[in-house]
Design a protein around this ligand. Structure first.
Ligand code: ACO
Length: 411
């Protein structure tokens, strides 16, 4: 009596929305998804058109700045990203400090936070001021510089996370190759003269990068924005996004798909696996999506890309199991009723065919997703009215007020 209800609020209705099923926290001009119709558009352009006609870096420009670049804008953007790929020589020591079997996502997540320690210009705590002031060209340039730097260095950090585990020397990023070409070079190069990556695999990786570049407010992008809403530097926010992506319900699912297919073993074991999923004893990774209630439009492009890659690498034996699983799930009433269809994570089969180790798959998701995270970060930083810290409320269901009891008198 006389006390306020713990959930009483002076600011109107408090909505409880577990998992944010119906909560919109921003207005955004970047990515449009219609999950019922299976539509995905970046800045209004259908993903199918971009996958066919654009490339990852051009699409990155589109996502960040809202328009397709002119030749000059594209040239300058590419130049900036390319020249920002090199990381400080001291980073070698940082990478070599990890355990020999560290998961590459743990390395990459830490590497983004580590990187931020070099760029105090982007740290408002050190600068004692806001990152962006409306109408101030210098602060906008500073924001864009962090974007070039993070997109450029993402491939270098990822390649270093890959090579350090093999005890190999690091490779300086080459300047004559495409974004994905130079990434493959930094991963694969073993000191051969005139090494160039296979053009089909380079193109396939570029398409997969483009498909993964953004997907509006998924868990990792939300994490980046939630973190950045405190005005922390973008490197820390990207590290937070990377940590969120690491989980098996999100970016870790492409790795989980292959582990699942290996554990199923062969097509004849699929029916038993499906039964185990329905009894909730097993997880069907690579199926289901918070937003898509029909097939993920990216999954069709993944399948077409897989055909191209398998012509070069040979057909993956796991494909038969994957197809049997797909067919069985798509026909099964349990999955149909819940509108569960394949998501983009079956691209793990392509990464496997290209020779990437299993635990590197989430890294191949994180590197291109840096683009989407930064597009959202920039939009948030320069939004009309400035940044408002994200501070959700809870519905309190714990005990009401009670008095402290000394330890000797507790039952
Ligand atoms: N296998 C079997 N059942 C599933 C699956 C699945 N993969 N996904 C959802 N369901 C079931 C749930 O058990 C639930 O059934 P119920 O209503 O009887 O309890 C129903 O479908 C609805 O599922 P939710 O978990 O409520 O859906 P939500 O939107 O919260 O989760 C998620 C989406 C996390 C992607 C889920 O589908 C999942 O766990 N999928 C497997 C992991 C995966 O592939 N993640 C990658 C997502 S895409 C990405 O990040 C690129």
């Amino acid at each position: 009596p006389g006390e306020r209800d713990e959930n009483e609020t002076t600011k109107g209705l408090r909505v409880s929305d577990k998992g944010f099923l119906n909560t919109a926290v921003i207005q955004s001009e970047i990515t449009y998804i219609d999950g019922e119709a299976g539509i995905l558009r970046y800045r209004g352009y259908p993903i199918e058109q971009l996958a066919l006609k654009s490339n990852h870096l051009e699409t990155a420009y589109l996502l960040i700045y809202g328009v397709l670049p002119s030749k000059e804008q594209y040239h300058n953007f590419r130049l900036e990203v390319t020249r920002h790929r090199v990381v400080h020589a001291d980073a070698e020591g940082f990478f070599r400090s990890f355990r020999y079997d560290a998961h590459p996502m743990a390395i990459l997540t830490s590497a983004f936070a580590y990187l931020g320690s070099y760029y105090s210009e982007a740290n408002p705590s050190l600068q004692g001021q806001k990152l962006y002031t409306k109408g101030d060209a210098e602060s906008l340039e500073m924001i864009d510089r962090q974007i070039y730097r993070l997109i450029g260095k993402a491939t270098t950090l990822a390649a270093m996370a890959y090579r350090v585990r093999q005890g190999r020397e690091f490779v300086i990023p080459p300047s004559h190759l495409s974004y994905t070409g130079s990434f493959l070079y930094m991963m694969d190069h073993m000191g051969e003269e005139n090494y160039t990556p296979n053009p089909v695999l380079e193109k396939a990786l570029d398409v997969l990068f483009l498909l993964h570049a953004d997907h509006e407010l998924n868990a990792s992008c939300t994490t980046v924005l939630q973190t950045a809403s405190s005005l922390v530097d973008p490197y820390s926010a990207i590290a937070a996004g990377c940590a969120s992506l690491y989980g098996p319900l999100h970016g870790g699912a492409n790795e989980a798909v292959i582990r699942m297919l290996i554990s199923i073993g062969s097509p004849e074991n699929v029916p038993a696996f499906i039964q185990a999923v329905k009894k909730r004893e097993k997880t069907l990774s690579g199926f289901g999506h918070r937003v898509y209630k029909t097939s993920d439009p990216r999954s069709f492009i993944v399948r077409k890309t897989a055909d191209e890659v398998f012509k070069v690498t040979g057909r993956d034996a796991l494909l038969d199991t994957a197809m049997a699983l797909h067919d069985a799930a798509m026909k099964d009433e349990y999955f149909v009723r819940r509108k569960l269809a394949p998501n983009v994570d079956f691209c793990g089969l392509i990464y496997r065919a290209m020779g990437f180790p299993l635990d590197f798959f989430p890294v191949l998701f994180a590197v291109p997703r840096v683009v989407g995270w930064l597009a959202h970060w920039r939009q948030m930083m320069i939004q009309e009215g400035g940044v408002k810290i994200w501070r959700p409320r809870q519905v309190y269901v714990g005990p009401s007020k009670r008095d402290y009891e000394p330890i000797d008198s507790r039952a």
